[in-house]
Ligand binder design. Structure first.
Ligand code: DGI
Ligand code: FE
Ligand code: FE
Ligand code: FE
Length: 187
């Protein structure tokens, strides 16, 4: 599938605003893949489809999580987390992409996890720093991303966890796991 075909498919699933975000993630992910030696084509495809399920109804996402025996603890945490694993499911079933690396980059783009692949890290970071993002701390992460993928990731996951803590919201265990893994293993 070429870029135009992929974009056409995802555009139908998204609002204009979210589609613009997706283009930003795609362009950023390709630049990061080039810089850090990941597969640029896989980065492009994963980025294009990363928010595929963002606007699926919550009850439908919940049903997929249960039916497909995804980690049931997802249901105890923010529904904002659900579009990532549910997106990976639909990108395989409805779009027909079978590449496990691409599907995992979609699956873990919100929560993160332990032992993230280079592609997963790139999509996670591109989602955080694409040019349309405007929140405190994003410029520092953009600066770090130019030279130090690891430092950029640590800072972005720190910011995300602090954001949730400040709002008194729960933090999904995989997000804490990602943070600990990066800090302990320094890679
Ligand atoms: O889908 P996007 O808006 O592009 O970005 P995303 O998939 O990274 O979603 C981020 C949202 O998820 C953000 O509003 C914070 C929320 N969220 C809720 N609980 C958690 C969480 N994010 C992480 N990383 N971990 C959580 O436990
Ligand atoms: Fe997302
Ligand atoms: Fe993200
Ligand atoms: Fe996104």
């Amino acid at each position: 599938m070429n870029r135009e075909q992929a974009l056409k498919i995802v555009k139908e699933q998204l609002t204009d605003h979210r589609y613009t975000h997706t283009i930003g993630v795609m362009e950023t992910a390709i630049l990061l893949a080039e810089k850090y030696g990941a597969d640029e084509k896989k980065a492009e495809t994963a980025a294009i489809f990363h928010d595929y399920a963002k606007f699926h109804p919550k009850d439908q996402m919940k049903q997929i999580i249960i039916e497909q025996q995804m980690p049931s603890d997802l249901l105890d945490f923010s529904s904002e987390l659900w579009h990532a694993p549910v997106g990976a499911y639909f990108v395989e079933k409805a779009v027909g992409i079978n590449d496990k690396e691409i599907l995992d980059a979609i699956r873990f783009h919100t929560s993160g996890r332990v032992g993230m692949s280079l592609l997963e890290k790139i999509v996670y970071l591109a989602d955080y720093i694409e040019p349309g993002r405007h929140f405190p701390g994003v410029d520092e992460v953009r600066r770090l991303a130019k030279t130090d993928l690891h430092a950029a990731l640590v800072t972005s996951v720190q910011n995300s966890i602090m954001f949730l803590l400040k709002k008194g919201q729960p933090v999904y265990p995989l997000t804490i796991d990602m943070y600990n893994d990066l800090v302990i293993n320094k890679e």
